[in-house]
Design a protein around this ligand. Structure first.
Ligand code: PEP
Ligand code: MN
Length: 262
């Protein structure tokens, strides 16, 4: 079902009225984690002002250490929904387990994290829903494995999937991961599903986010996911890779200018 051969036309995914794919470009931005009411609303207003069309924020966090901040859970989703009501931005948030789905009724797009890309039980459950899914590429997943993960969701009837390249494990250790820009033309060749790029988790450092975002835009991505925090030094998760609102708005200006050319 994900194969371009049997479905030549680009799929256009609709996230609460925002289209992605088939020439429609979307920027998802917001904090790694929902932390406080003020933080979420400040980030939401700032990213909207800068031209983002979807608000991101994690409430259930897949952290490497069990002693790190694990996210606010259901109350975090409530804060995201409140920010959606105020700004009108649709929201995307990660679901880690089918048991959490009951809290996601007002969330417009379900994110499957890199670490859960092959959690087949979770993939089948979101496949039964009629809600768009953002499927991140696993830390060391091949294109084939990634597209087969999409196939699990589609095989249950849900074809509203956006793929997200977020950097893969390579021998390089200076960056958190290595952004695989080749994923853009390769996924477009193999599949009709849209692909967006997440330079924040790929690089792990804010100063790399701008060049990687511009490379992705020029390379034909259908959108971007960028972490933005109102005060990155105080972020409870992924602060070093978060852009400040002013850095984000400088970047979106150039992304939009580039989109006019691409
Ligand atoms: C995230 O988007 O905050 C996240 C945890 O991403 P990934 O699953 O790509 O690591
Ligand atoms: Mn993050």
């Amino acid at each position: 079902k994900a194969n371009r051969k049997f479905h030549p036309d680009d799929t256009i995914v609709d996230v609460g009225g925002v289209k992605i794919g088939g020439g429609h470009f979307a920027i998802m931005a917001g904090p790694c984690s929902v932390e406080t009411p003020e933080q979420v609303i400040e980030c939401a207003r700032a990213v909207k002002e800068a031209g983002a069309t979807i608000l991101r924020g994690g409430a259930f966090k897949p952290r490497t250490s069990p002693y790190s901040f694990q996210g606010m859970g259901p109350s975090g989703l409530e804060l995201l929904v409140a920010a959606k009501k105020e700004t009108g931005l649709p929201i995307v948030s990660e679901v880690m387990d089918p048991s959490q789905l009951e809290y996601f009724d007002d969330v417009d797009m379900l994110q499957i994290g890199a670490r859960n890309m092959q959690n087949f039980t979770l993939l089948k459950e979101v496949g039964k829903l009629r809600k768009p899914v953002l499927l991140k590429r696993g830390l060391s997943a091949t294109y084939e494995e990634w597209l087969m993960a999409a196939e699990y969701i589609m095989s249950e009837g849900n074809e509203q999937i956006v793929l997200c390249e977020r950097g893969i494990r390579t021998f390089e250790t200076k960056t958190r991961n290595t952004l695989d820009v080749t994923a853009i033309p390769m996924v477009h060749e193999l599949s009709h599903l849209p692909i967006i790029m997440d330079p924040s988790h790929a690089a792990g450092m804010s100063r790399m986010v701008r060049p990687l975002s511009l490379a992705s835009t020029g390379g034909g991505a259908d959108g971007l996911m960028i972490e933005v925090h109102n005060d990155p030094s105080k972020a409870l998760c992924d602060g070093p890779q978060a852009l400040r609102p002013d850095q984000f708005s400088d970047l979106t200006k150039d992304i939009f200018a580039m989109r006019d050319i691409v």
